[in-house]
Design a protein around this ligand. Sequence first.
Ligand SMILES: Cc1ncc(COP(=O)(O)O)c(C=O)c1O
Length: 386
Amino acid sequence: MALKIGRGANAPPFIVMDVIAAANARAAALPPGAPRVLRMEVGQPGTAAPEGARDAVRAALLAGDPMGYTEALGRPSLRARIAAHYQDWYGLDLPARRVVVTTGASAAFPLAFLAAFDPGDRIALAAPYYPPYVNILTALGMRPMILPAGPETRFQPSVAMLEAIDPRPDGLIIASPCNPAGTMLHADELAAIARWCHREGVRLVSDEIYHGLSYELPCATAAAFSDSAIVINSFSKYFSMTGWRIGWAVLPEDLLRPAECLVQNMAICAPHVSQVAAEAAFDCHAELQDNLAAYRRSRAHLLRTLPGAGFPDLSPAEGAFYLFADIGARSQDSVAFCARMLQEAGIAASPGVDFDAARGNRFIRFSYCGPEADMREAASRLAAWR
Ligand SMILES: Cc1ncc(COP(=O)(O)O)c(C=O)c1O
């Protein structure tokens, strides 16, 4: 008799992870002396966790800290430090009780979705988008509503797009700076969207994981414009701590206890050792600013050179460490294009289909958080390959 398989089993793959595996395989199969594979597909800093974070962990381990469970919402000292970060960066007075520490931003998504939405609810988001939003919503029986966005709105949603949705959606997910386009909602645009959502009873989920990585304008937080928004953030990007699996969410008052109960049952708490590291990371801005300066130089170099290397149509790239390139004039099959680029130029990048099922075939995403020298060499190789 056939056994039942749950709807979660239908979650599609996160194709970037498959691209990483292909680049690893290619790198492993290269003959001696062949040019290295240059990695522009991965969305993670190549740098270690900041030194102060590593020192704090070393000290705690040497002191024999038992590293037991913490409170479900996180260590009180870390929650207070995160709340203080909102004062430091945004001038916002945020009570520490609204902060929940999570296992990366990734764990905050199902937490937020389960706390705020029901199966069948309609959650709007602009395409191109970070694929797990859609895949997690789908696995939870919720219905993503894709709003196609293009260069006119810097690949971001707008109030006009939201006004056109009838009936109103139950929720909206935004990301600024976003992955894959690296574009931002400017403070006035974010404020307008956050206020519209609050007024219309649409629960806003704002993914702010790339805050700290912006090159032209400072990042604004949705928490400044709406008390009903859920804000998600992480130590993975600016703080260079991807594998530590540590992030946080700022929750509205009405979701605090529901979220606490969900964490108690689903995770107990985020990893204790990573909470120790995370708290110390807030005192490491000098080192983290050096990382930012390197991304800034790589970004400037690529924005200068890629147009002449056959990629004239690039997203404005205001933040994060991504460039989203329209390759429509060269190919309508971004998967095949990326495979050929890996094979012939030894450069791994991500096909746009992962981020936009409908239009992604004419886009690819370059990530420029790798070593600066690699990013420069990639630009030269692409110019020679075109
Ligand atoms: C937009 C966005 N949100 C969330 C995540 C997941 O981050 P974390 O490592 O904190 O789980 C990523 C990772 O690339 C991302 O790009």
